[in-house]
Write a protein that binds this ligand. Structure first.
Ligand code: ZN
Length: 301
């Protein structure tokens, strides 16, 4: 039995939401058999992800990148960035992607992925045109695809309401590189994961063909909505092959049942793995083993 049978492949224990009890939260997960990847969303949370990973000999890794919502002016989330009550209604300014800054963090041995990066057409602000915000998101995403190739680490992709543009953009980068991502030797053997996948079965098929894997989180444990017999994610999880699925919490957000509504934390990923196992009709142990194998192949951990 490995010391860490479970993996939280996308979490944010470095966020301000854990400033009061970060160590307890992380140790609770590690002692419960959960390893974790703390994922950066902008300059400071990316640097913090690496710093937190450095504090633990084993089981805590980092991903560094610039989230699409932070490429333009965005709502200031105090759970993410801190700043207390005063900062609540304020906005954070859009960040310009600094290649050298992120490259230095990306080269760190505890950094196992580039992200979260991608496209988010759900969170637009009112002070700039949609077109400009989309253009900035695309430019910053392309810069991070190129960084991933440069440092040979996989992508941790965030995508919301933007799957057709995401697929088009990934396809064009494949073409411009002359070869498909993953087999040209310039990106890790697997191009990466789509975190918190919320696209359609068609989207999933295209992304599978590109070589991507998918992480699922707490929402998959929510009971079916009124008038429905199955959960929103049941069919897609049944469709995606076992060797392309990983588990995540996206903590502090979206805690799984039975913690729904509370602050989420990496230990709770076990509830997600149980649900994935039930949908795949295998034991929790077999599901956790499959996820561990996938993490080894994709992230080298
Ligand atoms: Zn996240």
């Amino acid at each position: 039995m490995p010391s860490f049978p479970f993996l939280d492949a996308h979490t944010h224990a470095q966020f301000a939401a854990y400033d009061a009890d970060r160590k307890e939260v992380i140790v609770r997960a590690l002692q419960g058999g959960v390893r974790m990847m703390n994922v950066g969303t902008e300059r400071d949370t990316s640097r913090r992800a690496v710093e937190v990973a450095e504090e633990y000999e084993d089981g805590v890794y980092a991903a560094v990148g610039l989230h699409p919502a932070h490429t333009s002016e965005s709502f200031h989330d105090t759970d993410e960035l801190g700043g207390g009550e005063k900062a609540h209604a304020s906005v954070s300014r859009g960040e310009i992607f600094d290649h050298d800054y992120y490259r230095a963090l990306a080269m760190h041995p505890k950094t196992v992925a580039i992200g979260e990066c991608g496209l988010d057409y759900f969170h637009f602000n009112e002070s700039e045109s949609r077109e400009l915000q989309i253009q900035k998101q695309k430019e910053v995403f392309i810069a991070q695809i190129d960084l991933a190739r440069e440092v040979k680490k996989p992508l941790m992709i965030h995508c919301r309401d933007a799957f057709s543009d995401l697929i088009e953009l990934l396809a064009s980068r494949r073409l411009s590189a002359g070869k498909s991502m993953g087999d040209d030797g310039s990106l890790a053997a697997s191009p990466g994961v789509i975190h918190f996948f919320s696209g359609t079965a068609e989207d999933a098929k295209k992304l599978l063909a590109f070589g991507f894997s998918f992480t699922f989180g707490g929402v998959i444990t929510f009971p079916p909505r009124k008038g429905k017999n199955t959960g929103d994610y049941d069919e897609i999880i049944k469709m995606i092959p076992l060797d392309r699925i990983l588990s995540e919490t996206d903590a502090p957000y979206v805690a799984p049942v039975p913690y729904r509504g509370k602050r989420n934390e990496p230990l709770y990923v076990i509830e997600v793995v149980k649900k994935l196992a039930a949908l795949k009709n295998i034991s929790t142990e077999a599901m956790a083993d499959a996820i561990a194998k996938n993490a080894k192949r994709i992230f080298g951990i």
